[in-house]
Design a protein around this ligand. Sequence first.
Ligand code: ACM
Ligand code: ZN
Length: 611
Amino acid sequence: MRKIAILTMLLAFALSCTRKAQDNTVSVIPQPMYVGAYEGVFCIDKDTKIVVDEPSEEMLRIAGFLNEKLSKAAGFELEVLKGGPMPKENFIAFLNAGMPSESYIIDAKPGFIIIDYGDGAGAFYALQTLFQLLPTEIFSQQVQKRVEWSVPCCNIEDKPRFKYRGMHLDVCLHYFDLDFLKKYIDVMAAHKVNRFHWHLTEDQGWRLEIKKYPLLTEKGQWRKETVIGSLKSGIYDGTPYGGYYSQEQVKELVKYAAERYVTIIPEIELPGHALAAIACYPELSCGLEDHYETATRWGIFKQVYCPKESTFEFLEDVFDEVMELFPSELIHIGGDECPKASWKACPHCQALIKKLGLKDEYELQSYFVTRMEKYINSKGRQIIGWDEILQGGLAPNAKVMSWLGEEGGIKAAQQHHEAVMAPHYKYYLDYWQADPDSEPLAMSGPTTLRTMYEYEPVPEVLTPQEAKYIIGVEGCVWTEYMPTPERVEYMAWPRMCAIAESGWSRKDKDWDGFTRRLEKHFGRLDGMQVAYCDAFYSPMIVFHKDTPYNMVVTMTVDAPDAKIHYTLDGSMPDADSPVYDKPFSINRSQIVTAVAVRDGRQIGNIKSKRF
Ligand code: ACM
Ligand code: ZN
C-alpha cells in the first residue's frame, strides 16, 4: 500500500521552476482512462530523487529507463533510493500499491510525483506516461540546454481496455536488422503496445535459424531476385536478396522486448506460404513439380506443405526449437491463403481425405491445423492463426486473428474462441494512408489515420458475453513495398498511434482530442527519430463520379483548426483562395489544387488532383 505519510504531502511545496513558459498540458497517447489536471508543475532537477520502495532487479531496471532518458536529453541522472526513509520533497516514488497488472496511478504534485503500481508492466507504463507529461524534448537523443523538465500537476488513473495490443512486422518480404527491430519495439512500448507479432517465414524467404534444418537459412533465406514495382510488373531486379536471424539474435531480441513488456509472438506459416521451406526440402511438398524456388514476387503460391507424417515430423522439430526460443504462450501458425490445388492433385492427400473420412480439402486444412495445435498444446502453448483456420472447423483451443474482415473474429467469439481484430481495410499499414497519386507504392487502400482511429474493434453483433472473447487489436505491417526501415516507419506511424489508442483507451474515443494530442506527439516521434508520415497537415482530395462529365470533390485535413483553401484553374492556392466548406462538383477541364491553412499560414503540402 501507499507508504507515504499525508504529512509529507502537506510539507511538500512548490519547487522553483518557472524560468520560462512551457506547454504543460496533459497530452498523452494512448489517452489514459482518467486524467485530472491541476495548477502548477513538478520540476525534475539534478537533486530530484527516484524512490523505489521494492528495489527488485526489475524495478531498478525501470528506474534505469528514467535515468537513461534524462541522461540523453537532460544531461544528468538521478540518485535512486532503494526503499528507506522517504525524502521530504523533490522525489519521484514508485510504490507498490497492489494494483492489477499493467495499471497504475500517477499523482503529480508541486513537491513530488507518486506512482502507484502493482507489477513491473504497470510501473513501466506509468513511466511511459511520465515521459509524455515531460516536455517532448525528453525524447531527444541530444542534451537539450534550455528546457525546464517540468511535469504538470495531475492525477492519472490508467489501465488498458484490451490485454492484446499488437503490432506485426513481416521480415520476409523485406528483411530488417536487429537494431531496427529494437527501435521498432521501443516505439511500440512507448505507446503501451505489448505484443510483437514477428512474421518469420514466407514463400519469399525463411528468416529463422533452425539448427536441425540448416538449409532453411543457408538456402531458404535467399530469393534469386525481387520484383520491381507492382507485384504484377513482370520486371525483376536480378539481385539475390536474403537475411536471417540467428538463434542468439532471437534470444537477444526476446529479452530486449520482455524488458519493455513486449511479448514476441513468432509466426511460422503453415500449411501455405511455405515455398521457401519447400525449396530447401522438396519432400515437404506434394511432389507435383520437379523444381521449387523461393518466390521472387508477392502473392499466393500453390506449393504448400503436404500433410505427410514426415512433414509433421519436420514441423514438430521446427516448433520444438521455436518454443525453446520464444516463451510466448501464443504461437502463430499462419494458416492463411492456402490454395487447395496441390492437395486436390496429390494421391497422398486424396487417400488421407478418404482414410480420415473428411469431406474435402478444407477439412484437410482443419486436420492439419488441429494436429499442429495438439502438438503445440502438448508443450503448454496455445495457437493463434489467421481467419482461414476457421475453414473446415476451428481447432479446439485456437485463437483467431481476424484479417479478412470482422467475420472471422465474430465467428470465433460466437464459438467462445478468443480473437484479435486486424481487419485489413482498417488495420493494414501496407495500405495507402493518403491519396495514392502522391504517395509511395502500396498494396491497397487508402486507409487513413481517421479510418483507423474511428474503427471500433468489438463488432456490434456480439452479445456482451461474446464480446469478452475479443481480446484486442493488431496493426499489420506487410513489407512488400517497404524495402527500408524508413519506409516501414513512414507507413506505420502515426497510424499505429491510432491503433494503440484503440487497444488501450476507453471505447468513447475522441478524434478531435486525438488530433490535438497527436500534434504534440509528433515532437516525441521526432525525438525518437521515427520517419513518420506527415500527411496529417495536407489536404486529402477524393473524387466520386457524379455523372460521366462531373466529379464530386470531397476534401479533408486531419490537423486541428486548419481550413482548406483551393483553386480549380491549376494556380497555387493560398490563404486568400476560396475556403472549402462542403463537397462540390467539377468538370473535366478543372484541376483541384488545395492547401491547409491555419492562423493565416500554410501548413503541410499543396495537393493537386486531376479529373
Ligand atoms: C494475410 O494478410 N495474408 C494474413
Ligand atoms: Zn499432398
